[in-house]
Design a protein. Structure first.
Length: 431
């Protein structure tokens, strides 16, 4: 009997290793159809999920209802599964080099419990070749089994978009791949249990890895172009959003916008591709240039704001600045690789210590990650207010609210372009 039929008949169990913003929704989706073991090394997170609480604050309690899932950090429990899905983070280090340590650690965990007939599918974003070069050898070494003969391996890149309630595991086409034809078919059938949009069968694991890595690289390069255009148009005293609105009337114009590019996908994945390219002797000039532009946007925004403060005849060292939002994108609590922190750092370089507020982020986590704390609410009159993240509460503000907090000749720096055409009695600037 196939692994798919065993899972469907609940004779076998599926495990999900890594229950973050990617892993948990996948685990719960499968748990409505088959028996699932949700595994995470963080015991505190396991305690929360047992209480139907999503530590990432993405899912409501109702999402845990009617699911057949065991949340655990025990290897004994993990060993009872025959189909393992690995969905751990793949970050970069301080030198923008791939950090595969979470992936390798998770692979070692699976390798310790791997049995004949088991399947291991990776969802973590990696450069092409990583699964076969790093993960499979570890699995073989620790299990004393042979890939393809004793166990099967596949790769199916995650496509979950944090904070997006429309594009989910159910509604996004799933790319799947396997180490051979048999594994490809079995893995495809397993994912079809929960992916209503259907699956796309890639010809190899490397193709599936490459498909994932270029999805975010493409977005990164296009946003970098918009950011560079915004710098050019700023010198021309033209509003970038107005230019894009006009250009967007052409049917084949690609709709990208300038902004801060952070998080654990777009701001990270291109570095995996450039790393592999360098290893092969190729310098990825366009990708590297795009990364340089986007990585420097925080400093650019800080500098432009300081220029505006000086133009308003204000003393920079005595100026007070309020920043709205610190998470890497709107309506999420995730602060990883937030480029708002670069804006804060840039302002600090000019002697400005901004106040930062955010309805979703944890002040303790921000302090631990970036060295500054959040305030609960605005505490003074400000010389400038920076709208850094388009959280829903910030999208509902009006000019009266801003003016109530601004000093004379106060500045609104609307990074997201939310209030274009809506501010008439304060100095307004955007990318």
């Amino acid at each position: 009997m196939s692994i798919y039929k065993d899972l469907l008949a609940k004779k076998s169990k599926l495990s999900l290793i890594g229950l973050g913003y990617v892993g948990l929704p996948i685990a719960l989706a499968f748990a409505r159809k088959i028996k699932v073991i949700g595994f995470d090394i963080n015991a505190e997170r396991i305690k929360l999920m047992k209480k139907k609480i999503d530590p990432s604050e993405e899912l409501e309690k109702e999402e845990f209802d009617n699911t057949d899932i065991l949340f655990t950090s025990s290897l004994d429990d993990l060993g009872k599964a025959k189909f393992h899905i690995v969905a751990v983070p793949t970050p970069i280090d301080k030198d923008n080099m791939p950090d595969l340590s979470p992936l390798i650690a998770a692979t070692r965990t699976v390798g310790k419990v791997l049995k004949k007939g088991d399947y291991v599918v990776y969802e973590s974003t990696v450069y092409p070749g990583a699964t076969e070069e790093h993960c499979i050898p570890i699995l073989e070494e620790l299990s004393n089994l042979k890939c393809g003969k004793d166990f099967k391996v596949g790769y199916s890149p995650e496509r979950i978009n944090p904070g997006d309630q429309d594009h989910t595991i159910r509604t996004i086409t799933k790319v799947v791949s396997g180490c051979d034809k048999e594994s490809l078919e079995e893995i495809a059938r397993v994912y079809q249990l929960v992916v209503e949009a259907g699956v796309y069968k890639a010809s190899s694991i490397k193709v599936a890895e490459a498909a994932k890595i270029i999805e975010n690289t493409q977005r990164d390069v296009n946003i970098a172009l918009m950011n560079e255009l915004s710098m050019i148009f700023n010198r021309m005293h033209i509003n970038t959003y107005e230019v894009l609105e006009a250009a967007g009337t052409k049917w084949n114009f690609l709709r990208f916008y300038p902004g801060l590019v952070g998080g654990h996908c777009i701001g990270v994945d291109p570095y995996y591709l450039t790393y592999k390219a360098n290893e092969l002797g190729h310098t990825a000039m366009i990708i590297n240039s795009g990364r340089a532009v986007n990585d420097n946007m925080g400093e650019y925004i800080a500098t432009e704001l300081v220029k505006k403060i000086i133009q308003a005849n204000k003393n920079v060292l005595k100026s007070r600045v309020l920043i709205l939002g610190v998470t890497f994108k709107e309506d999420v609590s995730d602060i990883r690789n937030s480029k708002v922190a670069d804006v804060v750092k840039g302002l600090n370089a000019y002697g400005v210590r901004p106040d930062v507020i955010d309805p979703h982020a944890s002040s303790e986590e921000v302090f631990k990650e970036y060295g500054f704390r959040l305030i609960e609410k605005p505490v003074a009159k400000y010389d400038a207010i920076v709208v850094a993240v388009a959280h829903k509460p910030y999208r509902l503000l009006d000019e009266t609210w801003f003016r109530s907090l601004l000093r004379q000749r106060g500045i609104i720096y609307d990074i997201k372009g939310i209030y274009r055409g809506k501010i008439s009695r304060a100095t307004y600037m955007s990318l």
